[in-house]
Write a protein that binds this ligand. Structure first.
Ligand code: NAD
Length: 474
């Protein structure tokens, strides 16, 4: 890739300030396939300076100008989308089935939605003699993870452009190549110089430089709770707003009157989405005690049906996890489940049978999981489902809420009043009732240690805006 050794700053592809590089490893083969430049605080300084220079003019751009830019970005993205899907599959092992459908749809649907919202968005609100102006917050730092790479770049860049912010983006160092193509798209779309800047690098160097930088007004971060805490601390000295979208350990409550065959099949699919690496994956399945054996049977059937293999193969339904560290972490967590006497229903440690290389994990289901176990409490980020029994509705709610996280919850049952009652009691940012269709307008974000931001739809503009109250007539 021609721009892998460069950064996109001030509307140009520029040489990095150091010659540090990183080799990317294909998780399906464990072989290196590309090398990227790694940035430093100096590169961040240049990117921030460009973004600050661009801000006065871009913040005053008209809505029509910003809609035109978004439309151009969409057109060029559609031309290059297959290339991007291939890159994502190679970089992080997302199955080609998903990278060519759900991931690309996410980007296109959110672009269309952002344009629709921007057409009607009220940047000025009248409250009697007071006028509230919603103004772009300034230069934003956008730090994204590897698990839904281009999708989460879109989730942040779209509202930043829509509200008139300028930005410095740092994609995950594990999945930088789709970010490079994205910067090429921004360039071709004619995004004014300095509005969008891209610096690759690791969290400790480039991520920290962005977090601390006095020239950055706000950060939108998606990633682990660990990094979210570090970023928030680093940003504190400059009092920047940090919108964080962090980890999770989401619950999936199945009510007694649910259709268990369908509910459990859906539960396994939701847990194993992106090879078990979705932030909002419902990894804790909570079922009536008397229905445990039935649940185990359906869950095993669903998990055993996964076709594990090369993610580029259209027959594959589960690819590898991201990297050697992630593989080690998932193995350790599976072992902890065994050691803490959870019942291993299927899967377990080691690679799936017949697979010699790659970070492939056996789709794993544990039953009789109790609240003290690590597999109940910790985010695993791999295809591991934990099933816990409840005795009554209050018990189910208490088990669901027994977590430091609060990103999502799923509830399945026939009596909609009970389903809605449970939804109101669960402390989570998104609650999905009976496996609904995707709603891109719904705000997405967490309670508690799952973060404090809300992305997507109209609510997704909030983190990029400052409110100015102009009071009185005089
Ligand atoms: P990560 O926290 O390791 O890295 C995310 C990004 O932060 C990367 O770009 C990384 O370089 C950077 N980073 C790491 N340490 C940093 C630091 N000290 N200062 C500044 N930047 C730093 O996360 P990951 O492994 O890439 O992604 C997986 C995690 O992301 C999981 O915990 C998952 O739940 C979470 N996630 C959350 C959401 C959400 O919307 N809530 C969405 C996707 C992923």
């Amino acid at each position: 890739m021609k721009n892998a050794s460069k950064f996109y700053i001030d509307g140009k592809w520029v040489e990095p300030s150091s010659n540090a590089t990183r080799n990317l490893v294909d998780p399906a083969t464990e072989k290196e396939f590309a090398t990227i430049a790694m940035g430093t605080a100096e590169d961040v300084d240049k990117a921030v300076a460009a973004a600050r220079r661009a801000f006065p003019k871009f913040s005053k751009s008209t809505i029509a100008e910003r809609i035109a830019l978004l439309e151009k970005i969409d057109t060029i993205f559609r031309r290059r989308e297959q290339e991007i899907a291939d890159i994502v599959t190679q970089q992080m092992g997302m199955t080609h089935n998903l990278s060519t459908t759900g991931l690309l749809d996410w980007c296109k649907v959110h672009t269309a939605l952002t344009i629709e919202i921007l057409r009607k968005f009220e940047f000025v609100e009248k409250m009697g003699t007071t006028t509230v102006y919603k103004e772009p917050i300034g230069v934003v730092g956008l730090i994204t993870p590897w698990n839904f790479p281009i999708g989460l770049i879109f989730t942040k860049v779209l509202p930043a452009i829509a509200t008139g912010c300028t930005m410095v983006c740092k994609p995950s160092e594990m999945t930088p190549l789709d970010g490079i193509v994205f910067a090429e798209i921004m360039d071709e779309a004619g995004v004014p110089a300095g509005v969008f800047n891209l610096v690759n690098g690791d969290g400790q160097t480039v991520g920290e430089a962005i977090s601390k930088h006095p020239g950055i007004d706000a950060i939108s971060f998606t990633g682990s709770t660990r990094a979210g805490i570090q970023i928030t601390k680093a940003a504190a000295d400059t009092v920047k707003r940090v919108a964080s979208e962090l980890g999770g350990k989401s619950a999936n409550i199945i009510l007694d009157d649910a259709d268990f065959a369908t509910a459990i099949e859906n539960a396994v699919a939701a847990c194993f989405y992106i090879n078990g690496q979705a932030c909002d994956a419902p990894t804790r399945l909570i079922v009536p005690r008397a229905r445990m054996e039935e649940t185990v049977e359906y869950a095993k059937k669903a998990a055993d049906a996964y076709v594990i293999g090369r993610p580029s193969d259209p027959k594959t339904t589960m690819g590898p996890v991201m990297n050697a560290n992630q593989f080690k972490r998932v193995q350790e967590m599976i072992q902890s489940g065994i050691d803490q006497a959870a019942r291993l229903v299927c899967g377990g440690t080691g690679r799936p049978e017949g697979i010699e290389a790659g970070y492939f994990v056996k789709p794993t289901v544990f039953a009789d999981v109790t609240r003290d176990m690590r597999i109940f409490r910790e985010e695993i980020f791999g295809p591991v489902l934990s099933i816990t029994a409840y005795d009554n509705l209050d018990d189910a709610i208490e088990i669901a809420n027994d977590t430091v996280y609060g990103l999502a919850a799923h509830i399945t049952g026939k009596d909609i009043d009970t389903v809605r009652h449970v939804a109101r009691e669960v402390r989570a940012g998104s609650v999905y009732l009976n496996t609904p269709d995707w709603d891109p307008k719904a705000p997405f974000g967490g309670y508690r240690q799952s973060g404090n931001g809300r992305e997507c739809g109209e609510h997704g503009f909030t983190d990029y805006l400052e409110l100015k109250a102009v009071i009185g007539h005089g």
